[in-house]
Design a protein around this ligand. Structure first.
Ligand SMILES: *Cc1c(COP(=O)(O)O)cnc(C)c1O
Length: 424
């Protein structure tokens, strides 16, 4: 069998494919550890589905109010089991991760409360939600909810002295973002998160700890809710949707809090009892079922990109030996031109819209222009192969996703070859 498949089908240079084959050889043991985590999470999900007695009739759906939709209830039961929480809210009418986070924060805070982020500046869209940037109606700030933040020390460790100095009577919620977002810090590994949550809970048992879990799901064998987080929140068109879920967000956590959030999503007294699933139950669950595979494939792709671009002399975050807790691989290009070239290469490698030409644009909710490479089956799905970047120094590309490792390998080959030409 000729191993030069990229050369044969995509006119990639033999030299490029040799470079990839060499890197793959050195990644074998990393790939093995990734497979073990995948196996555990896959079994955990199957077990949750079996224990919830998921059956085919759950895939039918209702109309109108959507009372007694057993599928909707099963989805939430299964999510609660997988994330090891008392309850869950998983709905197609939660339109994105940002929506899930806003819904959560606005439901559990009131006038005079403070939200404290202890992992530094949160994801770009949350700045508008919190009211740190812009002046949008119904931002949390406009509702009298204050925001404070403590950065990570050395871009990786919780700064306990400052955290405990900053907490006061008004601190209602502590927010931890697991993933790096559009920043140059490390993702927070579960061990470290658990240690931090325990320390806070000992001194402040009533503060609600909410984790923005976007991009982190199924990266490790435990989730933030396994180590004490009161709420975990994320998007179904990222990791837990496995590339199959068409839309939706999830919030898993303490029953008392989920009830408050459901009352905000629908109405007080109605809560979780209504809401159509529009026939999406099957894809939501099939996506969850496939999620550990999707996460492991994309993680292998991230490692390949990291090794190749480090080899070309670029800084990569996480670095080769860093322990990972999100699927994001950043490459720091220090050049607008190279950054755009990289994103365009990812676009060219995609199964959908491969002929599209991607350029920076002013996306709603973001302050900098953003370039996005996304050739996905589901619009904006970033568990599918994607690369994006805000147009600001140091011109860092955030690469993530890839439902199959082969897809990532094609993207790696095209981008590596394009960028190598530029830097030589
Ligand atoms: C993607 C993301 C969000 C927002 O999710 P959207 O679905 O894009 O609104 C929030 N936080 C983090 C860390 C993310 O990666």
């Amino acid at each position: 069998m000729n191993k030069y498949n990229l050369c044969k089908l995509f006119s990639i240079n033999k030299e490029t494919e040799d470079a990839i084959l060499e890197v793959e050889g050195s990644l074998l043991s990393n790939f093995e550890s990734i497979d073990l985590i995948k196996e555990f999470n896959q079994l955990k999900i199957i077990k949750a589905m079996q224990e919830s007695n998921l059956n085919y009739s759950n895939f039918y759906w209702n109309t109108g109010y959507g009372y007694n939709d057993p599928g909707r209830e099963k989805v939430e039961e299964i999510y609660a089991k997988v994330f090891n929480t008392e309850d869950a809210l998983v709905r197609p009418n939660i339109v994105s991760g940002t929506h899930a986070l806003y819904l959560t924060l606005s439901a559990i805070t009131e006038y005079g409360d403070t939200i404290l982020s202890i992992s530094g500046k949160p994801y770009d869209t949350l700045l508008t939600v919190l009211g740190v940037e812009g002046n949008e109606a119904n931002s949390l700030k406009s509702q009298g909810i204050a925001y404070k933040e403590v950065s990570l020390k050395n871009k990786r460790d919780f700064d306990y002295d400052r955290i405990f100095d900053t907490i006061d009577q008004t601190t209602k919620v502590i927010m931890i973002q697991r993933s790096t977002g559009y920043s140059d810090r490390k993702a927070i590994i579960i061990d470290k998160m658990g240690e931090c949550i325990s320390k806070i809970k000992v001194r402040h048992p009533n503060i609600i700890i909410m984790v923005d879990n976007c991009y982190g799901e199924f990266m490790e064998v435990l989730e933030p809710s396994d180590v004490g987080a009161d709420l975990v929140v994320g998007s179904l068109i990222k990791n837990p949707g496995g590339g199959i879920a068409l839309t939706g967000g999830y919030i898993c956590g303490k029953a008392r809090l989920i009830n408050m959030i459901a009352n905000r999503l629908t109405a007080p007294g109605i809560g979780k009892e209504v809401g159509l699933t529009f026939g999406l139950t099957r894809t939501t669950l099939q996506g969850l079922y496939l999620a550990p595979s999707a996460v492991s494939e994309s993680l292998k792709g991230s490692l390949l990109i990291a090794y190749l671009f480090k080899g070309l002399g670029f800084q990569v975050i996480p670095d080769l030996d860093d322990q990972r807790s999100d699927i994001i691989q950043s490459v720091v290009f220090n050049s607008k031109k190279l950054l755009i070239k990289f994103c365009q290469g990812v676009q060219k490698s995609s199964p959908v819209d491969s002929q599209a030409f991607t350029e920076p644009w002013a996306m709603p909710g973001y302050t900098n222009e953003i370039i996005m490479a996304s050739g996905a089956f589901v619009q904006g799905s970033s568990i599918e192969i994607s690369a994006d970047a805000p147009m600001r120094e140091p011109y860092t590309a955030f690469f993530q996703g890839g439902l199959t490792y082969t897809q990532c390998k094609l993207a790696a080959a095209i981008t590596y070859e394009d960028i190598k030409k530029e830097v030589e």
